[in-house]
Design a protein around this ligand. Structure first.
Ligand SMILES: Nc1ncnc2c1ncn2[C@@H]1O[C@H](COP(=O)(O)OP(=O)(O)OP(=O)(O)O)[C@@H](O)[C@H]1O
Length: 576
């Protein structure tokens, strides 16, 4: 580096207020050394070690201000990350002197004041995160920053209307919890209400504040005829609902369980037909206006359901605990029984026979880390699956829920990855000829048993149809498993402010260094970067865009098992 630049960088560091962190061995940051060849703390240079490209000073209690004028003397700077410090002051116009800056992370500090208009002059900017500060004023119009993929400005005090953004090319966008006004444009695409929430004076489609239409309808006739048609539709619908209810009451056939042959036969009992009327408000059937008829087939002779009759299940207090794309999930508490969950799948185009065969096959293939189906029910319109309720929730909740200070350490994460991979590999092998894959693997379908062991739930409930011909259901599972690995590694949910985790990780890995993606908690814990990178590499193989190039689940399991063994070996050897 030239003397000028070195001096400027030292000035920049002095103003950052590094405090005692300067005593770190090999700190550098002085005029008598070179940032590249002497490896200053937090500095990465290009491969020829000529110029500084990245400065990463995260979470080290810096408490001063940022001298952009000095740091931008290093014109080749691509990445500046000062996140999670106690920096103050405002962001000056000189920020645009960092002409080649692509990634700017200033989140989690105490920056205040308005944003400089010159920000829009950073034409190479790809990601900017200024969230969690005390910034004020209006947001800049970033519509000319054509390469911008991330704009995170949540939890500040920004005011004024939303400027233009190229929402279609943005991958991450969040301006929640500010004081913005006006309307959210209709073309915000995948960024839902969450990205705009917490701005009481902002209005938009999914926000608590709907926008008031700007101009009065001048076409009175059109409006009235529209209303008339709407009225007509409502009347017809009401008629249909009444008709359907009547039919349902007449049809109500509740099955009872015949002990011994494990299947519950239809008794068509007229005495039971009143169940429809006396159902509690919270029962499974009343919640969605449907009536169940036919028989329940009991698979696992679980003690908990011995003596349980189908109508008990229907009449038991039920609580809706999930409503996903594919149906609803109820927690059911039968009399004197253990809690169960009933998954109600709607609109599954599968014949009764096919469904039965499928469930029986899944039941035959048993793996200790796959939650068994306790019972199922099948009619033309709907399918019910009964599982035991798992009180410790899901991997999703463990990763993203409020953790009450509970840490989820690297060892446990690796364990869950390993268990899940092995269970999935086993199921894939056994059910290969039947072509039954999981179909809907995600962290909310990985549950924690009462011993905090993990198990996969809802295996085979979805027939995968991803529209492409050359991919098969198993490679879709592999992809999904890769995403679960990414969740474990990054601690980030798959969908937060429209975040497509796989895409994010891939591009971050491509653009920056890999360390950027890992969950802070893992880094703080001191988990081995080598093994984290190892797991990340496996995840990236799983999420390969071409299904044919993804490894099989058995290969994935083998790789993770050896990673885990390596981890255990290193733990043993580091013991005193
Ligand atoms: N057997 C179970 N015991 C305890 N909690 C469960 C059980 N099965 C599922 N859950 C939890 O209940 C919630 C709702 O589950 P549901 O299956 O409806 O949602 P989903 O998996 O997100 O959506 P979908 O499967 O329809 O795509 C999830 O958080 C899930 O982790």
């Amino acid at each position: 580096e030239t003397e000028d630049v070195v001096e400027a960088l030292v000035d920049f560091m002095e103003k950052l207020g590094p405090g005692s962190i300067q005593n770190t061995p090999n700190w550098g940051w002085n005029v008598s050394s070179d940032p590249c060849t002497d490896h200053w703390y937090g500095v990465k240079c290009d491969s020829t070690n000529q110029t500084v490209q990245k400065i990463v000073l995260e979470q080290i209690s810096l408490s001063g201000t940022v001298d952009f004028e000095s740091v931008c003397k290093e014109t080749s700077l691509l990445l500046l990350s000062l996140k999670y410090n106690n920096l103050t002051g405002s962001l000056p116009q000189e920020i645009s002197n960092c002409k080649r800056l692509r990634l700017l992370y200033l989140n989690g500090n105490h920056f205040s004041g308005d944003l400089p208009g010159s920000l829009t002059g950073l034409t190479d900017l790809v990601r900017i995160d200024i969230s969690n500060n005390q910034l004020t004023g209006e947001l800049p119009d970033m519509s000319r920053n054509l390469g911008l993929k991330t704009f995170l400005a949540q939890n500040n005090h920004f005011t004024g209307e939303l400027p233009n953004f190229n929402y279609h090319q943005l991958e991450f966008f969040d301006v929640s919890n500010n004081d913005l006004t006006g309307r959210v444009p209709d073309d915000t695409g995948r960024f839902g209400a969450k990205s705009f929430a917490g701005n009481p004076r902002l209005c938009g489609k999914e926000l608590p504040n709907a926008c008031v239409s700007k101009k009065k309808d001048s076409h009175g006739f059109l409006m009235y005829s529209g209303l008339a048609i709407l009225g007509l539709i409502v009347l017809v619908l009401i008629g249909l609902v009444i008709l359907k209810k009547r039919q349902n009451l007449e049809d109500a056939n509740i099955g009872t369980m015949k002990k011994g042959d494990k299947s519950i036969k239809d008794n068509g009992g007229s005495s039971e037909s009143k169940v429809g009327q006396s159902r509690s408000e919270f029962s499974i059937t009343s919640a969605e206006n449907g009536v169940v008829s036919g028989s329940l087939v009991l698979l696992s002779p679980v003690e908990a359901v011995n003596g349980l009759r189908f109508e008990d299940l229907l009449r038991a207090p039920a609580e809706l605990i999930g409503r996903g794309k594919h149906g609803s999930l109820y927690k059911v508490l039968p009399n004197d029984g253990i809690p169960l969950v009933v998954k109600r799948i709607k609109d599954w185009e599968i014949s009764k026979d096919e469904f039965k065969k499928r469930m029986q096959r899944i039941d035959q293939v048993k793996h200790p880390k796959v939650l068994p189906i306790v019972a199922y029910y099948c009619s033309k319109q709907e399918k019910l699956l009964v599982y035991e309720f798992q009180q410790n929730g899901s991997l999703f909740r463990l990763l993203h829920g409020s953790q009450n200070g509970q840490t989820f350490d690297w060892g446990s994460r690796l364990n869950i990855a390993c268990n899940t991979a092995e269970a999935l590999a086993f199921m894939h092998t056994e059910l290969k000829d039947d072509k039954i894959a999981h179909g809907n693997l995600k962290s909310s379908n990985i549950l924690l048993t009462k011993d905090m062991d993990s198990c996969i739930s809802e295996y085979g409930l979805m027939v995968v149809d991803d529209g492409s011909h050359n991919s098969n259901a198993f490679s879709v599972d592999v992809y999904a498993f890769g995403v679960v690995l990414l969740e474990l590694l990054t601690g980030k949910p798959v969908q937060s402010s429209g975040l497509d985790l796989a895409k994010w990780v891939t591009s971050v890995v491509k653009e920056e260094w890999t360390g950027e993606v890992f969950d802070k908690a893992l880094v703080v814990e001191g988990a081995s970067e080598e093994r984290m990178v190892g797991l990340l590499k496996i995840a990236l193989k799983c999420i390969n865009g071409s299904p044919d190039l993804r490894p099989g689940m058995d290969q994935v399991a083998t790789m993770i098992v050896s990673l885990k063994e390596e981890d255990e070996r290193s733990l043993a050897s580091s013991d005193p």
